[in-house]
Write a protein that binds this ligand. Structure first.
Ligand code: 3PG
Length: 400
């Protein structure tokens, strides 16, 4: 971006593809990390006199306007952060967007409505995506890619639009890629990885990659129950992906052959019901050994013995990558496992990277100081796919 600015952006319309996909409760932003992450790029462009057009997706609306997924709250928050009025276009490429962009003065900022209100944004059809990218291109002279969380998506604003405009990477993308390189090139050992979240299927690619690189892999969250089941344990009514058991068994075998330590929960916190995440009222729950889960109960968090075990496995790690919460951290009864991993990373002297919207939001909502970690990535799927060594469309498009 510095080169682009050096060439002169004063008076130019600069399209900034950000990832403002923040968690919302109604219209209240519960974690503004992704908005703060793009702030330096926006402020640099403002200072250089650009007319900044910020665009993003939010959630997964079905290719049509849906007020529940409006970017209006994110636009307002961006304005508060940069301390300036931010205009908001109530559509993405139509009348409101055109008028809003046309009204921008040098050094002013506008946010467009959710890119995914338009079917062309996410279309698998190159022509349909291209046609939407053409319309986006009419709104700008230059393109800055800074939505790291979305670079793994082959979407119009991420992949097709940079081909139509002079382009550069923003500061966030540059930082994220710089950090993730430390996890793929000359990694400091021991290298420990903590994987959580609900689905094993989302993590297969990265586990495959890590079996060649990591020294220890610690598993938690909903996906742990498929591993426990694969080892022959009953998991009650916990989340389970039966169809992934063969893959899990193969990974456990490969880990053994390669001397990679696979660590699974030894105790878990269970309840008869999934908790109400809105009311957050106290629930009935208890801790049981991971190999003796009672029928009908749902595993919702790592237990205290597991927390101590995981902390010990992370204490001497020189490099740690963590993606995915260890339990239903949104409810106080099931937040301890996630808190314990976050604390272990804070206590460790190694370099820690927290990857993913959920894990990043978790460490902040649990009250941790984000500066206590080596790096908190704004990308969940994006950081995982980067680690898998995949070509990320949004990075490839910026490279030429
Ligand atoms: C994310 O939350 O990981 C990014 O914003 C991408 O969102 P998506 O998975 O809906 O494409």
């Amino acid at each position: 971006i510095d080169e682009l600015i050096a060439e002169g952006v004063n008076g130019k319309r600069v399209f900034v593809r950000a990832d403002l996909n923040v968690p919302l409760s109604g219209t209240t932003i519960t974690d503004d990390g992704r908005i703060r992450a793009v702030q330096p790029t926006v402020e640099k462009l403002v200072a250089a006199g650009a007319r900044v057009v910020v665009a993003s997706h939010l959630g997964r609306p079905k290719g049509a306007p849906d007020p529940a997924f409006s970017l209006a709250p994110a636009a307002a928050r961006l304005g508060e952060l940069i301390g300036a009025d931010v205009a908001f276009a109530t559509d993405t490429v139509d009348e409101s967007a055109r008028a809003t962009v046309a009204a921008l003065e040098d050094g002013e900022v506008a946010v467009l409505e959710n890119l995914r209100f338009n079917p062309g944004e996410t279309s698998k059809d190159d022509a349909e995506r291209g046609a939407f990218a053409d319309r986006l291109a009419e709104l700008a002279d230059l393109y800055v890619g800074d939505g790291f969380g979305a670079v793994h998506r082959k979407h119009a604003s991420v992949f097709d639009l940079p081909a139509r405009l002079p382009h550069a990477a923003g500061d966030l993308i540059a930082t994220e890629v710089g950090v993730l390189k430390k996890l793929t090139e000359n990694v400091q050992r021991p290298y420990a990885v903590v994987l959580g979240g609900s689905k094993v299927s989302d993590k297969l690619g990265v586990i495959d990659h890590l079996l060649e690189r990591a020294d220890r892999i610690l598993i938690g969250g909903g996906m742990a129950y498929t591993f426990l089941k694969a080892q022959g344990h009953e998991v009650g009514s916990s989340l389970l992906q039966e169809d992934q058991i063969p893959a899990v068994l193969e990974y456990l075998k490969r880990a053994e052959d390669k001397g990679v330590e696979f660590v699974l929960p030894v105790d878990v916190v269970v309840s008869g019901q999934f908790p109400d995440l809105k009311a957050k009222a106290p629930t009935e729950h208890r801790t049981v050994p991971a190999d003796a889960m009672p029928a009908g109960f749902i595993g919702l968090d790592n237990g205290p013995e597991t927390n101590t075990l995981y902390a010990s496995k992370l204490a001497d790690a020189a490099t740690v990558f963590w993606n995915g919460p260890m339990g239903v951290f949104e409810h106080p009864d099931y937040a301890e496992g996630t808190r314990a991993v976050a604390q272990a990373l804070v206590d460790s002297s190694g370099f820690s990277v927290v990857g993913g919207g959920d894990s990043a939001a978790a460490v902040r909502t649990l009250g941790f100081d984000e500066n206590a970690f080596g790096h908190i990535s704004t990308g969940g799927g994006a950081s995982l796919e980067y680690l898998e060594g995949k070509t990320l469309p949004g990075l490839a498009a910026l490279e030429d």
